[in-house]
Every structure is written in C-alpha cells, then in structure tokens.
Design a protein around this ligand. Structure first.
Ligand SMILES: [Zn+2]
Length: 326
C-alpha cells in the first residue's frame, strides 16, 4: 500500500499558530493576522524584517520578500503543509506525516492509514539554498582556536541573517557526493540548544567532512566526535578527518567508512562518555576495517589541543594520514 491515503485536507486545518509555536517562531498578532520576521531557511534577505504574515482565518501564510519567494521557486506562501515542507526540506507528503506525528498523530488524523515507520535509511535531501555573508573571523571562532583561513575553507562562519540559524555559528554539512544537506547552528552565548539542526535532518546518515576526507588520498581516516574537533585536526594538517556528529556510529556511517577507507583511527573525547563510545565503536567498526584507538588525556577533547599536540598524538597512530600509506 502506498501513501495515497494521507488526508491532506484534514491536516491543512491544523492551526498555523500551533505549527509556528512548535518551531519557536514568534510573530506579532493584530486583528486576524500575525506578522514578523520570516522564519524560512530559504529567507536570506537581511532587510525584510516584516515580510512574513499569516492569515489566521484562512490558515495560510506568505512571505513578500522577493528573494525568499525566488528561492522557493516563485511560491508566495501556502498552507501548513507548504510551511513544514519548506522548514524540513521535504515533500508535501512527508510534511503531512510530520504534522500528523506532532499534532495528535493517528487519532486526530484517522485517514493516514499507511504511516510508514520513520526510516533512518531515508537520505537527507540537498538544501535548495545556501547561507551567505558568513563571518569567518568572528571572535567565537578565534576563541575556539579556529583561524579565519580554516573557517573559510570549511565554510564555518557566524550568520547574522534571518531564520532559525540567526546569531549562530553555522557549519555546512555535505553528503559524500558533496551536496549540501544541512547546516548545524552552534549557539555562541550559552543559548539552548547548543546545536540546532534542521528538524528533518538525520545525523546518522552522514559523516561530517567525508566529502573532503575521501579525497585526501589516504587509506586511513581519523574519526572524531564534533565539528570543532574536525576543524582543529584539519587545521593541524590532517585532511583525512571525519566527525560522527556525536558519540555513536550508525550502520550507514559504518558503510560509508567501509566504502572509502581501509582503516580508522578513533580520536574521541577523553571523558568517560568518550571512552565508552570508543569501546562500542571499536567493537562495531573492527568488523569492517582495521581500527586503532587514540587515547587522549582524561577529560581532554581534540578541539582543545594545539596543532602540535594533535600531530604528536596522531602521527604515532596514523602514519598513512601524512601520505606514507598504500
Ligand atoms: Zn521569507
């Protein structure tokens, strides 16, 4: 049975106000309308701070910023379905399933009879936009020891434009085919969540920086946990580094590693969680390839080390990393 039975009509009646609330979008209400800054990822204009409006009676939205409309293939606005599809970079059908899931699921939307279990083998779809005007020399990056040259090369920068990534340091995530599939937004002022991802993004489907690590020309890959670990290891001259974006290894990630490398050096955090993860991941990954583990001093993380320290640790384990392999 395929998905023809989704009751779009019924889902379209889920109030836009509730959908916006779920995304933490705050708009001003007046009369039968809500208005304010456009929350869509496609919205890149910095000037238009009042272009997004919702007609509460008709339960539809629109953004009048021309660049935003252009980025969405000329579509001015739409229903809650169009809104969620834009926010999640997904199809209308997937948007319907998300909405059914969030707002009462099958009970209140009885006509979805074929809700497939959320499959993590679903690939992340390429984004239809790119964030621009990033600040690669922002003081936060400097504080983390990332040089502007490294930041520029990895595309990591502070974003001040509108949308859910506003005021965060954004990190572009590409799949192994080099397609941009998400941004991670790191808060820089203690705001929660520490990292913001597009809600439909599956971390387990990607390895951060794999698209470039696979071109490093080595058989060995260095595996770290986070984005800033990657940046520091990269900055130290090791191009063959990827991040799990956490401390667990998915099946898809295992397959990606296996496809592109013959051995791996695990360089996870030196805390207890990192040590536990190292044991688990070594167990799983060693069935697919040779694995060595690099132990850091208790409580240390790769992103806290200087280039010299990183290379001292890494060179012992990963001679191939510097091109001596094969
Ligand atoms: Zn917009």
């Amino acid at each position: 049975m395929n998905g023809e039975q989704v009751d779009f009509q019924r889902i379209k009646e889920i109030p836009m106000r509730r959908v916006l609330a779920r995304y933490g979008v705050k708009l001003r209400s007046s009369g039968g309308e809500m208005r304010g800054q456009c929350p869509l990822p496609a919205h890149t204009s910095r000037e238009s701070r009042n272009s997004f409006s919702v007609n509460l009676a008709r339960n539809i939205w629109c953004c009048q910023s021309m660049s935003c409309t252009d980025a969405r293939a000329g579509q001015l606005g739409g229903t809650v379905l169009d809104f969620v599809a834009e926010m999640e970079h997904c199809s209308i059908r997937e948007a319907a399933l998300h909405l059914a899931d969030w707002f009462g699921g099958l009970d209140s939307v009885p006509h979805i009879v074929d809700q497939k279990p959320r499959s993590y083998s679903e690939p992340n779809l390429p984004l239809k936009f790119q964030l621009t005007n990033l600040d690669y020399a922002h003081s936060y990056l400097d504080k983390r020891g990332i040089t502007p040259a490294t930041a520029r090369s990895l595309g990591i920068g502070y974003y001040s434009g509108p949308g859910i990534m506003q005021g965060r340091v954004v990190i572009p995530i590409r799949n192994s085919a080099h397609e941009l599939v998400a941004y991670a937004g790191r808060s820089i002022d203690g705001q929660e969540p520490k990292y913001r991802f597009p809600a439909g993004f599956h971390k387990g489907q990607e390895l951060f920086h794999l698209n470039r690590a696979r071109q490093a020309g080595t058989n060995t890959v260095i595996i770290v946990e986070g984005f800033f670990d990657t940046a520091k290891v990269w900055q130290a001259g090791n191009r063959n580094v990827v991040a799990l974006m956490g401390s667990s290894l998915s099946e898809t990630q295992t397959r990606l590693l296996e496809k592109h490398f013959r051995s791996a050096a695990l360089l996870l955090d030196g805390d207890l969680a990192g040590q536990k993860a190292t044991a688990v991941i070594t167990g799983r990954l060693s069935q697919a390839m040779d694995v060595t583990t690099i132990r850091l001093p208790e409580g240390k993380q790769p992103d806290q080390l200087a280039s010299r320290e990183i290379n001292e640790i890494v060179s012992v384990h990963v001679r191939e990393a510097h091109g001596y392999g094969r």
